[in-house]
Design a protein around this ligand. Sequence first.
Ligand SMILES: Nc1ncnc2c1ncn2[C@@H]1O[C@H](COP(=O)(O)OP(=O)(O)O)[C@@H](O)[C@H]1O
Ligand SMILES: [Mg+2]
Length: 393
Amino acid sequence: GGVVRALDSSTTHRVCAGQVVLDLCSAVKELVDNALDAGATALEVRFREHGVASLEVSDNGSGVRPGDFGALCRRSCTSKLRAFAELRQVGTLGFRGEALSSLCAVADVVVTTCAEGEAVGARLEFDAEGELCASAAAARPRGTTVAVSNLFAKTPVRRKELERHARRDFARAVHVLQGYALVAPNVRVAVSNQPAKGARTTVVHTPGGAGKQLAQVMPAVLGAKAAGCLQRFQTQVELAEGAGAVNVDGYVSRAAPGCGRGSADRHFFSINRRPVELPKLTKALNEVYRTHSATGQVAMAVLDIKMPPEVVDVNVTPDKRTVLLHCEKTFFAGIKEAFAQALEPARSTYELNMTQPERRAVSRKAVADNQAEAEAAGEAGAGGKEGQDGTGQ
Ligand SMILES: Nc1ncnc2c1ncn2[C@@H]1O[C@H](COP(=O)(O)OP(=O)(O)O)[C@@H](O)[C@H]1O
Ligand SMILES: [Mg+2]
């Protein structure tokens, strides 16, 4: 007989699961996607020991109906996508039916849920294969809580990684959650961590509310001072013939000295309201901003990008945070040009023939002025949550 044989399905599952849930960050992201897909207007993320002990995402969304309990964590079971043809138009954040089943393979998963009109909720336990193994009645308001503990306990190498880099991974997860808070200003978001010793701390908190705009949540997410350094940035980039246009809308740092940052740790991008990583956009924005900032700093940026679904492919990596853009050359060139233009008025106020040390002195003074101004504004009760973001800022 041959040596090429099919793996049994449980092994295949274990192997594939490791690609959907790569780390703490992707686990959190999948659960938040599900909460938003369920129509949540409030969402709470609770970490214990920076996620090493557990993480829990609660929402006030649709809840899960009893008829769906059995299939909830089964591989490729989804309520969102019926056929590949729909993939181009997907409006939901999830669509593969892989997240919960993958989480079951790499952690202990307990779901409590209650759907509209149900007399009582349920507490559901799932095994590593994603099969429902215990269920009991449980009282709770409408919505769903997914608790994930002992992440990667079954894969010692990853578990070690998680334990060793707990704070770094937690900071990354918080960054992702800040991105969601910014992309969904109408959703109340609360993120907290319970360390092994001491009190639970809140790291992200937005009030939510119908009709809330991005600008109204920026101070809570980024801090009042940082939010005060941003200017609105909107532009439209025409793509190649017949491919439509890309609309960019959001906020970027003003070119004023003291408004930039030392590193591009505050770039939040979303495409068609799906938070994504766009390292090339980070690079493009940095290149432009550097030439406008005397101190060689980089901009903050919170940008939502609207593009025709045909020119973006979100089905590239299992975590869907990496996207493929067709016409990306045209897009990046267009956005760079628009960004440079947006910064231009500030630049013209500089003495262009100043020497480098002169420019630095001017900008140092402006940095100080800027900070004094921002601090004064903060003390005046701008509702800033400065110092709460727990990401080491
Ligand atoms: N927080 C939630 N609220 C309501 N239903 C949920 C929630 N999380 C998951 N579900 C249901 O479980 C299914 C499987 O979720 P998941 O494995 O993340 O796959 P996908 O999101 O790709 O459909 C979803 O399609 C949805 O019907
Ligand atoms: Mg999902």
